[in-house]
Design a protein around this ligand. Structure first.
Ligand code: F6R
Length: 243
């Protein structure tokens, strides 16, 4: 069920992940992609941009739905995930920006923003392929360790560990928003294929628990053991506790 692909290093992980995504888009040009932000997928996005520029992959019919967005950040805020996606991917390929979707962090009405996003993802028929990173604590999207698995898009309070991990991208730790809108675990599980990318020793415990630990909301990624089509592409360091 859960296939593990071992990569030599970050670049190898990125190319292998990009290969899987581009094969999906070549086979189904109007693919619905679920996308992630964070440091891990940047190399895969770069590789896809490169192949697009060489004429090998065409995004003109692709639709995308991102996992999450900080609550309270406008779409043009350089720290927002809207901005991140344009900067690292969308502005460099031939995707129609009207076909790209990220939860609306600028909408202070959390209930409305989340319900609207759930409806959009459902109307699109859910992702054919969902790309995921994994948090050091096993989170997926911003679904943090909890005593239950979440369902649809919802507003979350970020944990101290996630705020600390994400503060590297902000000038000061106080600047990291304390809340986010995130797709729920149930929505993530509706994707027909899930591609998880992970690199570095800091992810080793989470990667081990995701693949071999008990299925528990204390490690949200562990639910992926119950999905019929998951591929993990990880470098040696991230896989170091899996041998
Ligand atoms: C990002 C997201 C997060 C990250 C995770 C890992 O959209 O949903 O779950 O995938 O925090 O982040 P990095 O890749 O920065 O280690």
């Amino acid at each position: 069920m859960l296939k593990i692909v071992s990569a030599r290093d970050y670049d190898d992980m990125s190319r292998k992940a990009a290969n899987i995504i581009s094969a999906q888009v070549i086979l189904k040009p109007d693919t619905v992609l679920g996308l992630a932000t964070g440091s891990t997928p940047i190399g895969a996005y770069r590789q896809l941009i490169d192949w697009y520029k060489k004429g090998d992959v065409d995004f003109s019919q692709v639709r995308t739905y991102n996992l999450d967005e900080y609550r309270g950040l406008g779409h043009d805020d350089p720290q927002s995930y809207h901005y991140f996606m344009r900067d690292n991917f969308f502005d460099h390929i031939n995707i129609d920006l009207n076909n790209t979707h990220v939860p609306d962090g600028a909408n202070p009405d959390a209930e409305a923003a989340c319900a609207e996003y759930d409806k959009m993802v459902a109307d699109a028929g859910y992702p054919d392929l969902q790309l995921l990173g994994i948090g050091n604590n096993g989170h997926i999207g911003f679904n943090e360790p909890d005593d239950h698995f979440s369902k649809g898009t919802h507003c979350v309070d970020l944990t101290e560990s996630t705020i600390k991990a994400n503060s590297r991208l902000f000038e000061r730790e106080e600047d990291v928003p304390r809340q986010a809108y995130t797709m729920g675990v149930q929505t993530i599980m509706y994707a027909r294929m899930i591609l998880v990318v992970a690199n570095g020793a800091a992810k080793a415990q989470a990667v081990h628990d995701m693949c071999f630990g008990p299925v528990t909301p204390q490690c949200p990624a562990s639910i992926l053991q119950l999905h019929p089509n998951v591929v993990l592409v990880a470098d040696k360091e991230a896989l170091s506790l899996c041998e």
